[in-house]
Design a binder for this molecule. Structure first.
Ligand SMILES: C[S@@+](CC[C@H](N)C(=O)[O-])C[C@H]1O[C@@H](n2cnc3c(N)ncnc32)[C@H](O)[C@@H]1O
Length: 230
């Protein structure tokens, strides 16, 4: 089963701050890229654990957080207020990245950097293709994309119920989730097929809170660019 809006609404209503109360390792890795941009959008931001962190680190920049779940977006202010004030430079927007335009028009007018942590491995191959191609079409020329997805080196790869090549139902937290694990070449090929220019793919480790469990996950981080206007 692919994860629908009602799935995510239920997940956040039942599980609350389910990805933990700290920003991710991904957020640390992308800081130097974020530093170069005045307006940054995160796609699939959840309750904003990374956006709140980045917005506090860079109060002079603007951040937009896009998520399919209104419940997750409503949790952003209470999340921030656990450790201070809600930063004024973050805006949450309810949007489905599988829409024809994966980002609303006003964001694509302003943002030059797009973050996407821990979402694309939950999309089907067809959805990923449309999402990447839509981003290539919607984002300003020269925009930078920082996309993470589970690696085939992750310990869960090959476990659980196989749904398709590289895709398994293997999550103890969300058993219905179909999770795809990527080889570097596969992720690169999908991004390039959508017209994006891949500058780097690296692997990183992140300790994730999945319900009661703490799991060390292995991710790929792809850095890509929308071609500059000629
Ligand atoms: C695994 S969570 C990661 C959340 C956040 N990036 C983090 O690391 O805390 C995936 C997020 O993507 C959102 N999401 C899933 N499908 C989406 C879609 N089609 N459009 C926008 N957001 C989506 C979910 O609501 C969820 O918040």
């Amino acid at each position: 089963m692919r994860l629908t809006e009602s799935f995510w609404e239920r997940a956040y209503a039942q599980s609350g701050f389910c990805w933990g109360l700290e920003h991710s390792q991904y957020a640390e890795l992308i800081m130097t890229t974020v530093e170069r941009h005045a307006c940054v959008a995160e796609l699939g931001c959840g309750y904003g654990r990374d956006l709140v962190y980045l917005a506090r680190c860079f109060p002079e920049k603007r951040f937009a957080g896009i998520d399919i779940s209104a419940t997750a977006l409503a949790m952003m202010a209470p999340y921030a207020q656990r450790s201070g004030q809600m930063p004024m430079n973050v805006q949450g927007i309810k949007w489905d990245v599988r829409s024809e335009r994966p980002v609303p028009g006003e964001i694509s007018e302003r943002a030059t950097c797009y973050l996407c942590h821990s979402l694309v491995h939950l999309l089907s191959e067809g959805e990923r293709g449309e999402f990447f191609a839509g981003l290539d079409a919607a984002a300003k020329p020269g925009s930078q994309l920082l996309i993470s997805a589970y690696s085939t080196c992750d310990t869960r790869f090959g476990h659980g119920c196989k749904v398709a090549e590289g895709t398994y139902r293997c999550s103890s937290q969300f058993p219905e989730a179909e999770v795809h694990f990527f080889e570097q070449d596969e992720l690169r090929t999908e991004l390039v097929a959508a017209g994006l220019q891949v500058t780097q793919i690296e692997e990183f480790e992140e300790v994730e809170h999945l319900g009661e469990e703490r799991v060390t996950s292995l991710y790929l981080l792809a850095q890509a660019e929308v071609a500059k206007a000629s």
